[in-house]
Design a protein around this ligand. Structure first.
Ligand code: CA
Length: 226
């Protein structure tokens, strides 16, 4: 496991690297945005930890360029501000997760573990049957089931559910869902996502005690079993 840390605060970088190294991760450190981007593009890292405010390119720009160029490396943004806009901006730029400074190093470790686990699962080829709790989505057969109940979905509902289920537990912004399911420009303001989430809830959560589709107020939606 090799981690790239792009962070211009030397003291924080030192502390983060120390705790990662203690956990057995190899780390490289870059204190500059352009340098960080070129290293992150190399494909040799399992996770990239990305500060937002950096010399030359900022973290959003780095994430955006990496995703534009097709890099799939998990990105954890380290943001100084806790505003919803800042978080959504990071996720929209292509970050997988974010952590607000100041953060506990134990929490950083937990996020890194989760991201690397997810990356490994992704690398084990695209799973053909997705499950979240008792909900099962059979991609080749285009079938959805909750427990023993078969669920009929339209093509669009299926695509939306598949997108959520490929990122279990992860809040996906409306823009991410629009991009992924409708291929709209992410700047398009539309409540189509909310409408389809409503349809999906009627089909997969109604009548069940345990609701799977969660609303992250002001941020987006996630699917989660616990
Ligand atoms: Ca900084």
């Amino acid at each position: 496991m090799k981690i790239l840390l792009v962070e211009d605060e030397a003291r924080l970088a030192t502390a983060v690297r120390r705790v990662l190294n203690d956990e057995g991760y190899a780390t490289d450190w870059s204190a500059d945005g352009a340098d960080g981007l070129s290293r992150a593009s190399s494909g040799e890292y399992d996770v990239v930890l990305l500060d937002v405010m950096l010399p030359s390119y900022d973290g959003y720009e780095i994430a955006r360029r990496l995703r534009r160029d097709g890099a799939t490396v998990p990105i954890l943004m380290l943001t100084a501000r806790d505003g919803i806009q800042d978080r959504v901006r990071g996720l929209d730029a292509g970050a997988d997760d974010y952590l607000v400074k100041p953060f506990a190093l134990a929490e950083l470790l937990a996020r890194v573990r989760a991201l690397s686990r997810r990356a490994k699962m992704g690398a084990a080829a695209e799973t053909q049957i997705l499950t979240v709790g008792d909900l099962e989505l059979d991609i080749p057969a285009r079938e959805a089931r909750r427990g023993s109940r078969r669920i009929e979905l339209t093509a669009r509902e299926f695509a939306l559910l598949e997108t959520l289920m490929r990122h279990p537990g992860q809040v996906m912004s409306r823009s991410q869902l629009l991009d992924s399911v409708w291929s709209y420009d992410s700047t398009t303001e539309s409540n189509v996502v909310d409408i389809y989430i409503h349809y999906l809830r009627n089909k997969i959560d109604r009548g069940f005690d345990r609701k799977l589709i969660r609303t992250a107020r002001g941020m987006g939606y996630a699917i989660r079993a616990d």
